[in-house]
Design a protein around this ligand. Structure first.
Ligand code: IVH
Length: 679
């Protein structure tokens, strides 16, 4: 047992070391696969011997969800900072400090002001025992389980060989944040899954920490930087510089470019340097925090109610400039949203040359009354992408009205106003900018389940140019794959086999795999229960789909828009010629049985109609149309009836339909909703 215990300890130590190299230093020394094998071995040993060290990486996952967060009272209040906006105010801060201290020289530190949320991490005898949010400054929420999942938060403070510096108690304070790239990726994934988007990385970080289920937090790529301390017992630190060195030595991430400044001028230089570097940083900062370095001096200065006297936050100005709009062109993003982009006369804003600006949507152009040729004020706020703030001047000579595109500029598929709102989106399955995301989804487990075609391989296939189009997946050969860097003969054979296997699939999976907006696994299954074949969906109307019980309106219109696009149908037809075979075991309910009549659209498959009263045309003809389009006609109204067509002088069927909540339409409405019947 002792041997095994030592082995577990060693594994934990090695894994933590590699974790640090990977996540903090960005310099891994072993492959992900090697890491995973070691991790699996650790899990096995820990389970087998019932021993889990307190700093084991296995503790970062797996805690059960909570009902609510406990309250957490802070050792000292977590204060806020006074904001200042001008360099003169930095000077003023320095004068005030010196005056209060009656000192001629005061040393400071400068560090970025991270745009995230503050947390306090309590370590007792070196082990992380509590992590709390700031809350109202006095009392926050206990988010220990969630903070544990953040890979760069040390679970234990390790003795780095000096033997004496693990404090009995230390509360470390820092900021949890999300990198810009991780935020964008998260929103792309949310968009693909029809989840509401986060407005900015700070909201994403805060939302992720306030998750009751730690498994959700574990999936979000959160980071931390540590810049302060609350209560400390068993260790004396004399300054911010010492604190940051101590934190660094014990493997805590610390502020990027942390800098001691011997006087306020060095701090001001730092503010200017970081302002230039700011746009290119991988995370958002909204300023620089200047702090008195020496802790004894801090104590003499003391605090005001909300903020300390020994620190200030210099906030960067939003950058603005004037320029002219040369053109407005549609631009399409990875999730298919088509946004108007203004091409600008190049202008320098805060040291960066700007020549493009996104206008968020097509309504904004109208609202802000923006035209080509206008002179506008643009602003670069916290991020790199500049925004058009307002129009300064319309140039009467060259002003042109901007026209919203009807088709996607990249692939020519239909551009659709989503849910009748402001977002314009391309519905094209084969649209190049969307392709990578679509294929990753298409191959995923709940979709076509192509084993081995994950994100990394999808990217490789794109970058190599082997997959330029949706259908290319099914054209891949073993020889193609073997030429790629990641592939040995065996993995090439495996992927080809997996692709081959995925060709036989069900309609529910196939619909889900298409990645239509608002169409998750449940909706896809519902559709498959009511439409026997994929062809039955070609040209399907939203109104017909929304008659399916439990089907949402958004899904109905998204599916209908998707199948109204000729290019999408062409892509699906090509997939079929490449061997994709779609069966439909879900289509089984009695009223869905084929009526035996032929209709290429089969638009009404699964729908049951009842007719009452006198129609303007022969009832027989209408019955024929319905059956011809795959629908069923029944003599009496029941809960199973999807729709009652009521002509003049309707009988008791109308009352019954009303009583059962069955939808009733006139003949004309029926024609509009379910027609045309001429194909
Ligand atoms: S020092 C009393 N340092 O800014 C000292 N705060 O406006 C307060 N923040 O609640 C903290 N980066 O969430 C400090 N390098 C940094 C910071 C930082 C971001 C946040 C923190 C704090 C808020 C105060």
């Amino acid at each position: 047992m002792d041997d095994t215990k030592a082995q577990i300890d060693r594994l934990v130590e090695q894994l933590n070391h590699h974790n640090y190299l990977y996540h903090v230093l960005d310099a891994p020394e072993i492959s992900d696969e090697q890491y995973d094998s070691m991790f699996r071995l650790l899990l096995k040993y820990e389970k087998q011997y019932g021993y889990t060290p307190p700093n084991s990486p296995s503790l970062r996952v797996g805690a059960p969800p909570l009902d609510k967060f406990d309250k957490a009272v802070h050792s000292f209040p977590m204060l806020s900072l006074d904001d200042i906006f001008f360099i003169d105010d930095v000077d003023e801060f320095d004068r005030r400090v010196k005056k209060l201290l009656q000192a001629d020289y005061v040393a400071y530190t400068a560090e970025p002001k991270y745009d995230g949320l503050a947390v306090a991490l309590t370590y007792e005898n070196g082990h992380l025992t509590r992590a709390a949010t700031r809350g109202d400054g006095t009392t926050g929420e206990d988010v220990t389980q969630n903070v544990r999942t953040i890979k760069t938060v040390p679970l234990s403070i390790i003795d780095m060989g000096t033997g004496d510096d693990i404090p009995e108690l230390i509360e470390i304070r820092g900021e949890i944040y999300m990198a810009k790239a991780d935020f964008e990726e998260l929103n792309i994934q949310r968009e693909l899954n029809s989840l509401p988007l986060f407005a900015n990385p700070r909201n994403a970080a805060a939302g992720s920490i306030r998750q009751l289920d730690p498994a959700v937090t574990a999936e979000r790529k959160l980071r931390i930087t540590c810049y302060g301390a609350g209560i400390i017992k068993g260790l004396t630190l004399y300054s911010q510089t010492e604190l940051v060195h101590w934190l660094k030595k014990h493997l805590f991430p610390t502020p990027y470019r942390f800098q001691p400044a011997k006087d306020i001028y060095e701090a001001i230089d730092y503010i200017k340097d970081v302002e230039i570097a700011r746009a290119a940083l991988p995370f958002n900062i909204d300023g620089v925090v200047v702090k008195v370095d020496d802790f004894t001096l801090r104590q003499r200065l003391g605090d005001k109610t909300r903020s300390p006297r020994w620190a200030v936050a210099y906030k960067y100005q939003a950058h603005q400039a004037q320029t002219r709009i040369l053109n407005i062109v549609p631009s399409i993003g990875r999730t298919g949203v088509i946004t108007p982009v203004a091409i600008l006369e190049p202008v320098s804003v805060g040291g960066v040359t700007v020549s493009r600006s996104t206008l968020h949507n097509w309504d904004e152009i109208r609202r802000k009354d923006i035209h080509t040729g206008d002179t506008v004020v643009i602003e670069r706020a916290g991020d790199v992408i500049p925004h058009i703030m307002w129009v300064v001047e319309h140039d009467a000579a060259s002003v042109t009205q901007v026209v919203e595109p009807l088709v996607c500029p990249e692939c020519g598929s239909r551009a659709v106003r989503e849910d009748g709102g402001t977002v314009l989106r391309c519905v094209g399955l084969n649209c190049p900018p969307q392709l990578q995301g679509r294929i990753i989804h298409f191959a995923s487990r709940a979709a076509l389940n192509i084993d081995g075609l994950g994100e990394k391989i999808a990217v490789t296939l794109f970058e190599s140019g082997l997959v330029k189009d949706f259908t290319d997946i099914f054209r891949l050969t073993k020889e193609d794959l073997e030429k790629l860097p990641r592939f040995a003969e065996k993995s090439a054979v495996n992927l080809i086999q997996a692709i081959e296997k995925s060709k036989t699939t069900t309609l529910a999976r196939f619909i889900f795999a298409l990645g239509v907006r608002h169409s998750g696994e449940f909706a896809s299954r519902l559709i498959a229960q009511h439409y026997e074949t994929i062809e039955a969906l070609y040209g399907v109307k939203a109104d017909a789909l929304s008659l399916i019980k439990q089907m949402g309106d958004k899904t109905s219109s998204a599916i209908s828009e998707f199948f109204a696009d000729a290019r999408n149908i062409e892509t699906i037809e090509t997939l079929k010629t490449l061997g994709v075979t779609i069966t439909n075991p879900d289509f089984s309910t009695a009223e869905n049985k084929d009526t035996g009549t032929k209709d290429s659209g089969r638009r009404l498959a699964g729908l049951t109609f009842v007719i009452t009263g006198t129609l303007p045309v022969s009832r027989k003809d209408v019955e024929g149309q319905i059956r011809g389009a795959g629908g069923a006609v029944s003599a009496s109204v029941s809960k199973q009836t999807t729709c009652l067509i009521a002509g003049e002088s309707p009988g008791s069927k109308l009352d019954k339909a009303r009583a059962l909540g069955v939808r009733t339409v006139s003949y004309d409405e029926y024609m509009v909703i379910f027609g045309p019947f001429s194909e």
